[in-house]
Write a protein that binds this ligand. Structure first.
Ligand code: TPP
Ligand code: MG
Length: 320
């Protein structure tokens, strides 16, 4: 595969930094009581999100679970409107009704943001069935956590996708844990990608999820395969640096383990890669960092100064 151009690589860097800083700010706003409900941070997993989204063609679809801020921002949803959604404001991407776990953008073919573990997998199959039925060259990338592979939705969706040769890339973001349960404690076969064999679909690869280039390349290839031949099950080996959600005491892992993974921070790694590849690029990366900080500051200001939803908002779009 041809190496992406410098501008493209710097844009991936920008996206990864944007996700990181956006979420650090969200954690702060959560502590201040300005964000309510659940908040699941993607910190540590940015290379997977940006690698996947950058591999999508314009007409492809993407869907994920509740750890969705990274995908929303990488898909180009406006940071200020995403921040307003986090704060439950009227100017948010779903008018403040969805919040952290339900970011979505129909025009960008980003179908959410879903709180029920595995609940979005049948939807992914359905979107792919539409594409196959109408003979459209569209692929669905369905992200899920390692924990989601043990729920019935996973079995039903993967099985049907193989039976009907649906154009889906099933991508397990294996961050080592489903809440406080390590993969090895929950799965008889901890090499999750091997489950592809049971469904008769293409297995793999199992990619280094902390390496944005590796993820981009593997997913691009998987999309090309799925468009032609049907489903693929692949896995991205990643790690979340923060708790499952805010307030997780993290008794299931040691500080040493987190520190070990932090040494392989996907943003730091990519920065080192860019520094080795392009002459005198560090000032450019620092400038990107400054621009991102300004974007976040502006997003917070916009969100905080936005109006709360009204009573009419409360009763609109309700099915009874
Ligand atoms: C059907 C269902 N059961 C249980 C839960 C509670 N729950 C929320 S997240 C989670 C763990 C999922 O872990 P994983 O799929 O690995 O995703 P990660 O949080 O690591 O991104 C559980 C059990 C839920 N939301 N939905
Ligand atoms: Mg997990």
């Amino acid at each position: 595969m041809a190496a992406p151009k410098k501008d493209t690589l710097l844009d991936w860097y920008r996206q990864m930094v944007l996700i990181r800083r956006f979420e650090e700010k969200c954690a702060e706003l959560y502590q201040q009581g300005k964000i309510g409900g659940f908040l699941h941070l993607y910190i540590g997993q940015e290379a997977t999100g940006v690698g996947v989204v950058s591999a999508l063609r314009d007409h492809d679809h993407i869907i994920t679970a509740y750890r969705d801020h990274g995908i929303a921002l990488a898909k180009g949803m406006e940071p200020r409107r995403v921040m307003a959604e986090m704060l439950g404001k009227r100017t948010g991407t779903s008018g403040g009704k969805g919040g952290s776990m339900h970011l979505a953008d129909r025009e960008k073919r980003f179908w959410g943001g879903h709180g029920i573990v595995g609940g979005h997998l049948p939807l992914a199959a359905g979107i792919a069935l539409k594409a196959r039925y109408l003979e459209q060259d569209e692929v669905v990338v369905a992200l899920m956590g390692d924990g989601a592979t043990n729920i019935g939705y996973f079995h039903e969706s993967l099985n049907l996708s193989a039976v009907w040769d649906l154009p889906v890339v099933w991508l397990i973001e294996n961050n080592g844990y489903g809440m406080g349960t390590a993969v090895e404690r929950a799965s008889g076969q901890p090499e999750l990608v091997k489950r592809a064999i049971a469904y008769g679909m293409r297995e793999g690869p199992r990619v280094d999820g902390m390496d944005v280039l590796a993820v981009h390349e593997a997913v691009s290839e998987a999309i090309a395969y799925a468009a032609k031949h049907g489903p693929v099950l692949m896995e991205s080996l990643t790690y979340r640096f923060e708790g499952h959600s805010m307030g997780d005491p993290q008794r299931y892992r040691s500080k040493d383990e987190v520190a070990r993974y932090a040494e392989g921070d996907p943003i730091g790694r990519f920065r080192t890669y860019l520094d080795g590849k392009f002459k005198n690029v560090l000032p450019e990366l620092d400038e990107i960092e400054r621009q991102v900080q300004a974007t976040i500051a502006e997003a917070v200001e916009f969100a905080e100064n936005s109006p709360e939803p009204t009573y009419e908002d409360l009763v609109s779009f309700v099915y009874a």
